[in-house]
Design a protein around this ligand. Structure first.
Ligand code: F6R
Length: 269
């Protein structure tokens, strides 16, 4: 697990965008896993800017979103499909037919998971997965005690996640308590993972994810098993890490290495 700590959100957003750009310029038909929520917003803004100002192309890219609420339609203002269209897809040259978000309105939501897994497999698997982390350590909507071997399925949100996400819903709006989410195994199967977290309210989750024991109680700790995960955090989110200085030193060493070797040397399929 590589931990990169940034002094401000602009540098964090630029670095996360560099990693995505590196992937999709090396392999133009890359399959990218995407997250919603506040954490990747700066990354998406930076990708839109690079598309508009520098011609970064997504024309052949395929995407799979981590999750979607059960019971709200695609065109609902709070659906994750709406979020993705608004914050990324409508600003870039991606073919919407190549973008996938789990179907929260399926007649039988229990059947959605296997179908979604099959689509990911048919696309050749996920090359790079973008993640945020919940204050309770969830990734996707894999809440504490989710099986570390889980695949896409319906999950019940914890009270904490429900409350964290209530900021997006108005008081009289239906807020779902169920979601369809990629599983932890689905995420671990991605060839590369980048996780973005900012703010003091993520400090406990970041500590448990990076330095805590591997445990289903902190689903993000499963990333300790992944070979190519980069955690991009700000000082506040890093504030409870014991080996903070060491991670910064590793970052400097890494920079020296990448000066000698082109960043694309680090992108593998
Ligand atoms: C979103 C997702 C969630 C969020 C997490 C953090 O698709 O899967 O795991 O990444 O809840 O949310 P924010 O970024 O809003 O703090």
């Amino acid at each position: 697990m590589e931990v990169l700590i940034f002094p401000d959100s602009q540098s964090l957003d630029r670095k996360s965008a560099d990693l995505v750009e590196s992937q999709i310029t090396t392999f133009r038909d890359s399959v990218i896993g995407l997250a919603t929520g506040s954490s990747p917003l700066g990354l998406y803004q930076e990708l839109c800017r690079r598309h508009q100002e520098q011609g970064l192309s997504f024309a052949k890219v395929k995407t799979f979103n981590l999750d979607e609420y059960v019971g709200i339609p695609d065109d609902h203002p709070q659906s994750y499909r709406t979020f993705m269209n608004k914050h990324l897809f409508k600003h870039i040259d991606i073919d919407l037919g190549n973008t996938h978000v789990p179907n929260g309105m399926a007649e039988n939501p229990l059947e959605t998971g296997p179908a979604y897994e099959q689509k990911i497999e048919e696309a050749g698997g996920i090359d790079l997965q973008v993640l945020g982390v919940g204050t309770d350590g969830h990734i996707g909507f894999n809440e504490p005690t989710s099986s570390l071997g889980s695949v896409t399925r319906v999950k019940t949100l914890t009270e904490q996640t429900f409350e964290d996400n209530s900021r997006f819903f108005t008081a009289d709006e239906f807020q779902p308590k169920l979601a369809i989410t990629m599983g932890i195994k689905t995420i671990l199967d991605a060839r590369r993972v980048i996780l973005v977290a900012q703010g003091e309210n993520k400090a406990d989750a970041v500590r448990d994810m990076v330095e805590g024991p591997l445990s289903a109680f902190c689903p993000a700790s499963a990333l300790q098993l992944h070979q190519r995960t980069t955690i991009l955090i700000d000082e506040a989110a890093a504030s409870k890490l014991q080996l903070r200085d060491y991670y910064q030193f590793v970052g400097k060493m890494q920079e020296q290495l990448t000066e000698k070797h082109s960043p694309s040397d680090w992108v593998r399929r």
